[in-house]
Design a protein around this ligand. Sequence first.
Ligand SMILES: [Zn+2]
Ligand SMILES: [Zn+2]
Length: 272
Amino acid sequence: MLRMKDNGEAEESILPPDYHTHTFLCKHAEGAPVDYAFHGVRRRLPALAATDHCPMPGGYDPEHRMGIDFFPEYVRLVETAREVSPIPILFGIEVDYVPEYAEEVKDWVQQQGFDLVLGSVHFLDYWAFDDPAQRYLWESADVAGVWRRYFGMIRRMVEIGLCTVVAHLDLPKKFGRRPPPRLQKEIVLPVLDVIADRGLAIEINTSGLFHPVGEIYPSPEILCWAAERNIPVTFGSDAHTPERVGSAFDLAVRLARECGLRAMTIEPSRRS
Ligand SMILES: [Zn+2]
Ligand SMILES: [Zn+2]
């Protein structure tokens, strides 16, 4: 993306790093970190993070994540990409908050030396509420009740210190199902207070633009409430194919600026 200087010359715009990308290891994405880096350079991104789905104990949801046996391969892929990439690559992970495994997963995550830990809730009990194959369950759902349960889980995830950045904060809107604004405020504000209190960041995730809701996660209203609490943001495409890296970041940057948000950046470790 180019913009014009005052003297009419073209100037490169500064896009933020893409801190949310996946790899083929999670079985529902394509490409390796080196492919994401290649496309990140093409899109003039300053850095990116590999944040594939975290292995879970007990074989939980094995079809959407690498098994623990493949974690060394993930480490190797990130290290290999770092050797050849002209832009820094953070060693990250996207961790699911599942109450019965949370402490075990937290201990394991803390031992791995990640640069970035995204925290997500994709499941309410065994309902993958954001999975298109299970979308039909929304038809009989109490929407406000689902939102309350979801944000209750986000709150507990933050309170136990599982992550450093909360990913796609209003994910339950994916298929366009959300409570009225006044109720959303009642549900979301206390959780933002806890996020601010714990010094965490939230993510501006552009993948919602490509989902039925057609809107960045989280909504402009939630982003403005976050700005009022001085919560920093990171930017993530949630790319599941390398071509999607950094997608719609110009929109995301404009939104962050309009809401008065400050961006958080992270220095990569010298792991490799
Ligand atoms: Zn996610
Ligand atoms: Zn993701």
